[in-house]
Design a binder for this molecule. Structure first.
Ligand SMILES: [Zn+2]
Length: 389
């Protein structure tokens, strides 16, 4: 499901499924297979074969307390990130600034295995935890910032609600304001849905008050959440500090809201986002990240008209000279991604596995099509070339 920030807030992305060869294979078996592939030299070979592909890594926030236990992709620990960057440096992956990498990609002049690091949303931990590490390791980073919660200083509603339900120890809850009573052993999902919908209609100050009431109903300390400043995005001053430190700040829509077919809404999301960030950032704002990775190919033209030069997705994969700059693929990293899975992605091994799977699937489709064609009169046939490589 994809949601807008004003209604539903920032949506986390789960990455593990993107990294695995097949979701039905148990993770330990996949990992064992990856270790075997590496020991047989397939990682080395994959890196050579895919060296011209641009790797764009996607992070989100940094844990400021123990919220990584709740969503370890949305909030990575500082040490986790440091280890990753040290790995990239040790293994000789050149880390480039986004605009430099895209300029080089357009003329096919990238250094081998060029890598870009991006971070989505503009979570507060990027400033308080991430920035000192980024400075120390001296790497270029692009942060895509969504601005609704920079303007309205409350914790991100949807993520906070979801966290409160995750923390709740009670078996039953009477939701505040008489919006329902639920048995959390069987109806937690429905209860959360009701709360998300209810809050979407509230103005920001009311929403904060409602979060307090909800925390009380679920017997979770809201003071603790506020004390640790959990689920907050950066404020204007922190964004200024980030920009002053040389971090590239770019567009991510104002409300984290990105309808597929409403061009006017898309324009206003970019306009509001850009107008807000222009007060903070002096560099051109021309790179964009689709909220929750939702996009359609028809939107490339809309974005180009708005002065946007590139847009990143969460489609897994590497980027080559023929990749649309409005559908750039990324590798989503975070807590659930083990070191061997990260290495498999960075070397391009997983990219080759995905290509092989696509090819096998296309062959199966073609065979099925041929089978249907020869199965007798009156049988519908698949359109010519459908699913072809
Ligand atoms: Zn986002």
């Amino acid at each position: 499901m994809k949601h807008g920030i004003a209604q539903d807030g920032l949506t986390s992305t789960t990455c593990i499924g993107l990294f695995l060869a097949a979701p039905s294979i148990p993770v330990p078996i996949v990992r064992a297979g990856l270790y075997l592939a590496r020991s047989l030299g397939f990682f080395w070979l994959a890196r050579r074969l895919t060296r011209r592909g641009l790797r764009i890594i996607c992070y989100h926030g940094f844990a400021v307390a123990e919220e990584y236990k709740y969503r370890s992709t949305l909030f990575v620990r500082g040490e986790f990130f440091r280890k990753r960057v040290e790995y990239l440096k040790r293994k000789g992956y050149p880390i480039l600034a986004l605009q430099d990498a895209l300029a080089a990609l357009a003329v096919d002049r990238l250094p081998p295995c060029a890598t870009v690091i991006t971070m989505d949303d503009g979570w507060r931990g990027v400033y308080t935890v991430g920035l000192p590490i980024i400075r120390e390791l001296n790497i270029p980073v692009t942060v895509y910032v969504t601005t609704y919660y920079v303007e309205n200083r409350i914790p991100v509603y949807t993520v906070t609600v979801s966290y409160l339900f995750w923390r709740a120890a009670a078996q039953r809850v009477d939701l505040p304001r008489g919006i329902g009573a639920f048995d959390l052993r069987h109806e937690a999902e429905i209860a959360e849905e009701v709360v998300q919908k209810f809050g979407a209609e509230l103005p920001p100050a009311e929403r904060l008050e409602f979060l307090r009431e909800l925390a009380k109903a679920l017997d979770v300390s809201f003071d603790e959440i506020e004390g640790e400043q959990l689920f907050r995005v950066m404020d204007e001053q922190q964004l200024r500090g980030l920009a002053a430190a040389g971090i590239d700040i770019q567009l991510h829509s104002h409300r984290h809201n990105w309808p597929l077919y409403d061009q006017k809404m898309v324009e206003s999301e970019i306009d509001e986002n850009r107008r807000f960030l222009q007060r903070i950032v002096s560099r051109p704002l021309q790179h964009f990240c689709y909220p929750s990775g939702v996009y359609g190919p028809h939107q490339a033209e809309w974005l180009a008209r708005l002065g946007v030069k590139s847009a990143t997705t969460i489609d897994p994969g590497l980027n080559y000279i023929d990749t649309s700059p409005f559908a750039l693929r990324r590798l989503v990293d975070g807590g659930p991604v083990s070191d061997i899975e990260f290495a498999a992605e960075m070397t391009g091994f997983m990219e080759l596995v995905r290509s092989l799977r696509r090819w096998l699937s296309a062959r199966r489709t073609q065979r099925a099509g041929a089978g249907m064609n020869s199965s007798g009169p009156g049988q519908p046939s698949l359109p010519c070339g459908k699913g072809g490589a």
